[in-house]
Design a protein around this ligand. Structure first.
Ligand code: ASP
Ligand code: MG
Length: 424
């Protein structure tokens, strides 16, 4: 007997038929002898509908009242699911976030979970009931209803799984797992059987939208095995877990990409201490997040400085940079908001040289010009022109044979003796 937390997203509970289908799946899991806690989202489109109602009154609804409103979406689905379970002879009880003491801070609309009192849930489980909990919501220390930010039900599920010491947290959604890349861009993309938390975090922050980033962070921190599966098709899904030292890691797990990039360059700024700070300081003050940064060294005592921002922030960043450039006596400011970022992700690259050159070769063969490069321990990102996105992703997917199943990090190239596997 295992304790399993299952989370069903908005599309999975998008209609009465679908809620009945979810009830069938939950009841079947319980019949297998498992204890089941279910976390559900609001029916698809419902959170947006509620937001629309508030915004019809004012563009800036009071955050506290907005949370009272938005939390109703999930309250509908927990009750309907519990009713559907009872109809199947499966004893169940539904609870709002406050009822199971999902204690959060008071940051309305983006609250963070501080603590969960799992006792009530445990009592129901011990008495043989399925426990259905509203995702996305909690309560602060003053008893105010809070919500966790869009997509927050994933985080509720993982936090509950951590608090209960669940054996697995299963995230049911409309895709059947995590893929090597977006199948809409590369049809030969393949479902991964497993991926590490670290890789999943990179994939999520690089644009893969399967899981909320915070939920992955949480799962990694508390070592909750996570599985992404389809509500609509049977299958093993993708297990997200710790890297097992004795297991051979695939060299590359996936190709992630991000379309919402823009880059800005100050040309010919004096190459002096403090220049980076003077350029990026005002950008940070405007709450604009900077991603990649590259500085060239010129020969005439000046330098070029390039960085990337989210495309939405581009006009604002350009305006700020022009003012800074004038102050610094820079030659010119240029920018481009038709660029994208493509990244290779894989823990296997930690112990392997030559990945970057293989990546650059694959792009060169397609005549794709690389505009910027950045690397981390388990990722290499390049910035290229927007028009090369599809071609670039497919070329890399092919060059690293991602369509063929896991390619173990090659024989004989194990980490040097005595090198401890990094636990970071
Ligand atoms: N219903 C919320 C949303 O649409 C939370 C969730 O679906 O996870 O963002
Ligand atoms: Mg959702």
């Amino acid at each position: 007997m295992a304790l399993i937390v299952q989370k069903y997203g908005g599309t999975s509970v998008g209609s009465i038929e679908r809620i009945e289908h979810v009830a069938d799946k939950v009841a079947a899991t319980r019949r297998q002898g498992h204890q089941v806690v279910v976390v559900v989202s609001a029916m698809s489109g419902e959170t947006d509908r509620l937001l629309g109602l508030a915004r019809a009154i004012t563009e800036r609804p009071d955050p506290r009242e907005l949370d009272v409103l938005l939390a109703t979406g999930e309250q509908v689905t927990i009750a309907l699911l519990a009713i559907a379970l009872a109809k199947r002879g499966c004893p169940a009880r539904s609870y709002t976030g406050a009822q199971v003491h999902i204690l959060t801070d008071s940051a309305h609309n983006k609250a963070r979970i501080r603590d969960i009192d799992a006792a009530r849930v445990r009592r129901d489980l011990a008495e043989g009931r399925v426990v259905v909990v509203a995702g996305f919501q909690g309560v602060d220390e003053h008893g105010n209803i809070t919500t966790l930010g869009r997509g927050g039900s994933d985080t509720t599920a993982v936090a509950l799984a951590a608090a209960l010491g669940a054996d697995e947290c299963q995230i049911f959604t409309d895709v059947d797992g995590v893929y090597t890349t977006d199948p809409r861009v590369a049809p030969e993309a393949r479902r991964l059987d497993r991926i590490t938390f670290e890789e999943m975090l990179e994939m999520a922050s690089l644009g893969s939208k399967v899981l909320q980033i915070r939920a992955v962070e949480f799962a990694g921190k508390y070592n909750v095995p996570l599985r992404v599966l389809s509500t609509f098709e049977e299958g093993p899904g993708t297990l997200i877990t710790y890297e097992e030292p004795e297991m051979e890691q695939p060299l590359i797990s996936g190709v992630a990409f991000n379309r919402d990039e823009a880059k800005l360059t100050v040309v010919g700024v004096p190459d002096q201490p403090g220049v980076a700070w003077r350029i990026l300081g005002p950008i940070a003050e405007a709450n604009i997040e900077v991603d990649m940064i590259v500085q060239n060294v010129g020969e005439d005592g000046t330098t070029d400085f390039t960085f990337t921002v989210h495309r939405n922030d581009y006009p604002k960043a350009l305006e700020i940079l022009k003012a800074t450039a004038a102050e610094l006596g820079a030659r010119e400011v240029t920018g481009d908001d038709r660029i994208v970022k493509i990244s290779l992700v894989g823990v296997g690259m930690r112990s392997h040289a030559g990945i970057a050159s293989r990546m650059f070769e694959a792009l060169a063969k397609e005549g794709i010009n690389i505009r910027m490069i950045s690397t981390s321990e388990i990722k290499i990102s390049v910035v290229v022109d927007e028009k090369y996105l599809e071609l670039g992703v497919r070329a890399l997917h092919e060059a690293f044979e991602l369509d063929r199943g896991p390619v173990p990090a090659a024989e004989g190239a194990a980490p040097a003796a005595g090198e401890a596997p990094s636990g970071s």
